[in-house]
Design a protein around this ligand. Structure first.
Ligand code: ADP
Length: 260
């Protein structure tokens, strides 16, 4: 087969999975994994059947975010892996499968085959949405993933700083290059409300992601506060959408989930 046919084969859909949505960021540390986890939980609360795949091979976060660090998936017939479950989500991460130090030294082809295995050799079952927590950045590995995973769309996470926004812009460009629709930009760590006096501070500036979204003609999906609760609940394995379901942060994630 020629290159077009090959591309079509590698981009074949995952049986039973209606939509695959990437959560991506131009750089690390902006809260991409936190956002992916809470968005997946918010989508599940809206009644969708949701899975989450941790494609951040060099820094998997799912095991910690869902308190599954010591869990291993069961192997079903024919080497098919059973996804783990938490809070109604089906989950798979390279962190469940191999020692982190081993994965750190993998080269591109190993990373890609691990990703394909997590996509296609896992019994995802029927899902409305599979959320993919992408590795941070816009290099070759990310581009190849964006190209080979049959994505319905991508959500870009950014913090308000100029530098993060420049990287977010690269993220938008990367998905446009491979003809994956950008569903919108989320501004994380958007503002801080002082827990003592209630005053709001825009620690990293504010509104940059909204302006960037407007410039690029992509939707602005919403703002998430910089808040200790978001960090602490993630660290304890029950992200804020499930541990404080009626609080303002859960509501913010739900509003974003309704827009994608
Ligand atoms: P990335 O996936 O972009 O590398 P993470 O989601 O791992 O980023 O987040 C990095 C750190 O910042 C984590 O400790 C996480 O708990 C924390 N964090 C992310 N978003 C927020 C937020 N809105 N408020 C407070 N802490 C946050």
């Amino acid at each position: 087969p020629g290159p077009r046919a090959r591309a079509a084969t590698t981009k074949a859909g995952v049986p039973g999975v209606r939509h695959i949505v990437a959560v991506a960021s131009g750089k690390g540390g902006v809260g991409k994994s936190t956002t992916a986890a809470n968005l997946a939980l918010a989508l599940a609360r809206l009644g969708h059947r949701v899975g989450i795949l941790d494609a951040d091979i060099y820094g998997p976060s799912l095991p910690k975010l869902f308190a599954l660090a010591d869990s291993k998936p069961e192997v079903e017939e024919g080497r098919i892996l059973k996804p783990l479950e938490a809070h109604g989500l089906r989950l798979m991460s390279i962190g469940f499968l191999v020692d982190q130090e081993a994965a750190m030294i993998w080269r591109g082809p190993m990373v890609m085959s691990a990703l394909q295995q997590m996509l296609r050799e896992v019994a995802w079952g029927d899902l409305d949405i599979l959320v993919v927590d992408m590795p941070p950045g816009t290099g070759d590995a990310q581009l190849t993933m964006a190209q080979t995973v049959p994505l319905s769309g991508a959500v870009i996470v950014s913090t308000p700083q100029d530098l993060a926004l420049i990287d977010a812009r690269r993220g938008v460009t990367m998905f446009e290059q491979v003809a994956v629709p950008v569903l919108g930009i989320v501004e994380n760590m958007s503002y801080f409300i002082c827990p003592h006096c209630g005053e709001r501070s825009d620690i990293f500036g504010h509104g940059g992601a909204r302006a960037e979204a407007q410039r690029r003609g992509v939707p602005f999906l919403g703002e998430i506060a910089l808040d200790m609760t978001i960090r602490a609940t993630s660290d304890s394995g029950s992200p804020v959408v499930v541990s404080a379901p009626d609080g303002p942060h859960a509501q913010a994630y739900l509003a974003i989930a309704r827009r994608i």
